[in-house]
Design a protein around this ligand. Sequence first.
Ligand SMILES: *Cc1c(COP(=O)(O)O)cnc(C)c1O
Length: 374
Amino acid sequence: MTFLPFTRPSIDEDTIAGVADVLRSGWITSGPQVKAFEEQLSAYLGGRTVKTVSSGTAALEIALQLCGVGPGDEVITTPISWVATANSVLHVGATPVFVDVDIATRNIDLGKIEAAITPRTKAILPVDLAGLPVDRERLYQIARRHHLRVVEDAAQSMGARYRGQRVGAFGDLVAISFHANKNMTTGEGGALVLPDPADGTMFEKLRLQGVVRLADGTMEVDVAGGKANLTDIAARIGIGQLARVEAFNARRRELARHYFACLDQDLRCALPLADFADTNWHMFQVLLPLGELTLSRGEFIAQMREREIGIGVHYPAIHLYALYRQRGFCEGQFPNAERIGRETVTLPLFPAMSLEDVERVCEAMASVLRPALR
Ligand SMILES: *Cc1c(COP(=O)(O)O)cnc(C)c1O
């Protein structure tokens, strides 16, 4: 039996040939491929300005900088995400303020945001976990009422929809990641959707050393920008992936549906929200009923691995990492996030999987969990 990883990118031969052409062209850093990729992303996302960067993390950091977030400011965010989300707030010198998640959606609990707003709050940084969009209507009602900016961490929700509209097509700043594990990839890379095209110049400065090219062929620098431009090599991968992202997401939906049909309800795992309208099914995550099991999550993962199945953990609660404990966070503050952090496991889900692979995962889960149920 071959090993089934929890995710794997799908790169086609046309893209590989396209990358080879870029490598032979003599121009491999940011150039015509980046320009074309940004135009295609903008068209896919409804026409707003889209700028690429070298990672989703860079997109988040530049977005916060464009909002003027810095030392002394607070940003409200979720404790259940890849640690990049909260780290980006620290990186611009601001303070992350966590709000617990909703146990059903596993996204930030919108009903608890207003209690966390202080005079120092500058922005809300929600995450569409596993590609399930946060309720944008309620989110923007809160943001408008309190005059807050929103940076949507849409790293996982490329191609997902909210009430028929693509994530990124509306709202404030929207940050996307093209990391190898995301629904479409450039190897490493990211993008930011800018609601105000006038922010494009500042974005470009922050992306590349603050440099502005002048008409007379010289340059000026008036901002300490970073170094986060995307290469043409990566952009060419992105062009090949963007053409297939709708098909990828349709396949993910199909596989997710099959999980719902095949997973044994007697195993008492908490399933994700069965949404087939909006989510892009970036991940299929279940919560293990650890209180009713004689094995730990680590033992479950090891026994699935013995059956040649890769299981992921996305994610431990961010506030319980050493970096955040040192900043005063502790156990008991965000019970839903802590429960998810303890119990969550990510089952294999990627476009090249077969329906039989899904069945194999479900059978393996039953064989591991059934004897361990109290
Ligand atoms: C992947 C991810 C990021 C960071 O993206 P990178 O491209 O890895 O820098 C940020 N937030 C979330 C929710 C992610 O899943």
